[in-house]
Design a protein around this ligand. Structure first.
Ligand SMILES: [Zn+2]
Length: 151
């Protein structure tokens, strides 16, 4: 006997706590600031901030403001629609901001995204980028609309 399979879609609305570090990070975004934390043991600046350094498991307590400019570490372009994400095409990348030792996942933009080859050439790893902030900020990651190439 073959076991039956049914396609099912669950819609489960819920709220989860962002926690103290992420809350302070998002409040910083509302003020146009990108905040990280410095590891007390190894000195690395972690952005986005977290309560513990993932390398040495030391607590982080020193808050640091980092630049809204940095370099691309890696990227991808998406041409499919995903629930809760923008209409395609859109590009996301890991950006290491000046003053930070870790990368942050960000939207990339300010250019035509229809040709992935051009997107990868424009935002190749090492490319300098700068945040484009929304005028009206709400304390969400989308307060940074995207990162654009620095001319
Ligand atoms: Zn550390």
């Amino acid at each position: 006997m073959e076991v039956k399979e049914f396609e099912v879609w669950w819609k489960i609305p819920f709220k989860h706590s962002a926690g103290l570090h992420a809350t302070k990070f998002f409040e910083g975004l509302k003020d146009g600031k990108i905040l990280g934390v410095r590891c007390e043991r190894c000195g690395r600046v972690l952005v986005p901030p977290r309560a513990f350094c993932e390398r040495c498991h030391a607590e982080t307590s020193e808050w640091v403001e980092v630049s809204d400019e940095g370099v691309i570490e890696t990227l991808t372009v998406t041409y499919m629609k995903f629930t809760g994400l923008p209409d395609p095409p859109y590009a996301v990348g890991v950006v290491k901001l000046d003053g930070a030792d870790t990368g942050m996942l960000c939207f990339l933009g300010g250019i035509d995204l229809s040709d992935w080859r051009k997107v990868h050439e424009t935002f190749k790893p090492g490319t300098r980028v700068k945040a484009v902030w929304r005028e009206k900020r709400e304390g969400k990651i989308t307060d940074i609309e995207y990162f654009r190439p620095v001319q």
